[in-house]
Design a protein around this ligand. Structure first.
Ligand SMILES: Nc1ncnc2c1ncn2[C@@H]1O[C@H](COP(=O)(O)OP(=O)(O)OP(=O)(O)O)[C@@H](O)[C@H]1O
Ligand SMILES: O=P(O)(O)OC[C@H]1O[C@](O)(CO)[C@@H](O)[C@@H]1O
Ligand SMILES: [Mg+2]
Length: 367
């Protein structure tokens, strides 16, 4: 449908909708959640659906399990009552996956046919850098799509913070605080592993919040000698040493992140387990009994914090505004306290990693 046609249909509809308080929707938007889930996805869905219905009289459907639902045309209706009370729920009511939309029966042409068959005018894709890169390619092929950035890793350059990150840091901090008390009782060294594939934001923030004696992140290679020195210094002061490590950390002398769990659906190594590698080495070199804990998916589950609910709701509302304004090929993002829009082409391709000065700042307190 041409942009002006869609706008006038929409304006006519809005007029009747506002006048009568209800009406037949003219524009149908499909929402998908893709990639690793994170707390706040449901708040985005609710924000988009409520804003889209109330302000523009749009109609919404949800694609099930990320790009799989798009490629297979597997959708559910999202009337207003379907999003009632969901912003506090973890996970995503739509399901997610790491399905590649260009493989199998996918590709822009096939997706276009599915959208036409179901009368869907445009899409809102909520996901991390992979999902948004796919959305960019789909947009370049001429389909109507806007993006919403999400990831617990907080590594998307376009946005100051991603929703889900605050919750993950809160959960990780609570977990690490608990490790601290048992570590202190037994006079042990505790190694806590948190998520963070390419960026150490969760480790840095949860480590700082819990007063860790060493924080190890993917951006900074550190030698075993240095780690042992931090642990020993803390022990000498009568502390039970606490090391927080991001799953993507590479000790000096290694070239790839630790992985022993095979590949994900996109062929990338699944990370996790570096803490189990570090702990025996620390124990052997310090003589201190050392335990490793991998916090894992606990960090991605459950109730989002109030901060994440608010951010997610605002991003969802802004995505519905983008769709109504036909700002296709863009994504919404947080800059300072404002929600802004950026074209996929200018927003993607770079990751937001922990800058050197943030790591240096943390190192001052190590040991
Ligand atoms: N550069 C790319 N171009 C096209 N499709 C991609 C690209 N990168 C990833 N994808 C597809 O998008 C899916 C989602 O990407 P990915 O698994 O990286 O999750 P994500 O959205 O980045 O979230 P997370 O933060 O969990 O990684 C991938 O499984 C893959 O099928
Ligand atoms: O849930 P999965 O598919 O194992 O993915 C885990 C990955 O997803 C993230 O949680 C978010 O990208 C990473 O920190 C982690 O490496
Ligand atoms: Mg990704």
């Amino acid at each position: 449908m041409a942009g002006s046609q869609m706008a006038s249909r929409q304006a006519a509809h809005n007029a009747s909708c506002r006048g009568a308080g209800k009406g037949v929707s003219s524009v149908k938007i499909g929402i998908l959640t893709s990639g690793g889930d994170c707390p706040g996805l449901n708040a985005v869905i609710r924000g988009a659906v409520l804003n889209g219905i109330k302000q523009y009289g749009h109609e919404f459907v949800g694609f099930l399990d990320g790009w799989r639902g798009v490629v297979e045309g597997d959708v559910m209706d999202l009337p207003r009552q379907s999003v009632r009370g969901i912003s506090k729920q973890g996970g995503t009511i739509l399901g997610t996956s790491r399905t590649n939309p260009f493989e199998g029966n996918g590709g822009p042409e096939a997706i276009g046919k599915q959208l036409a068959r179901r009368g869907i005018d445009g899409m809102i894709a909520i996901g991390g850098e992979g999902t948004l890169a796919a959305a960019h390619r789909i947009s370049e092929a001429g389909l109507k799509i806007v993006g919403v950035p999400q990831t617990v890793d907080n590594d998307l350059d376009v946005t100051d913070y991603t929703f889900g990150f605050d919750t993950a840091v809160q959960i990780a901090t609570e977990g690490i605080d608990r490790l601290r008390t048992t570590g202190e009782s037994h006079h042990r060294c505790m190694v806590a592993e948190v998520m963070g594939r390419h960026a150490g934001w969760i480790a840095l923030h949860a480590g700082m919040a819990s007063g860790a004696h060493a924080i190890l992140i993917p951006e900074q290679q550190v030698s075993m000698d240095q780690i042992v020195e931090w642990v020993t210094d803390a022990h000498k002061r009568g502390r039970a040493p606490l090391v927080v490590v991001a799953e993507g950390f590479m000790p000096e002398g290694t070239e790839t992140a630790h992985s022993h769990r095979g590949l994900d659906a996109f062929g990338r190594p699944r990370l996790g387990g570096i803490a189990d590698q570090l702990a025996p080495e620390i124990e052997a070199r310090t003589g201190l009994e050392t335990r490793a804990t991998v916090l894992g998916h606990i960090q991605r589950g459950g109730v989002p914090t109030a901060y994440d609910r608010v951010l997610a709701t605002r991003l969802g509302m802004a995505a519905a505004d983008s769709a109504a304004a036909e700002n296709w090929g863009t994504m919404v993002a947080l800059r300072g306290t404002e929600i802004v829009r950026a074209h996929f082409s200018s927003a993607l391709g770079r990751l937001k990693t922990v800058p050197q000065h943030r790591h240096d700042e943390a190192v001052t307190l190590f040991g």
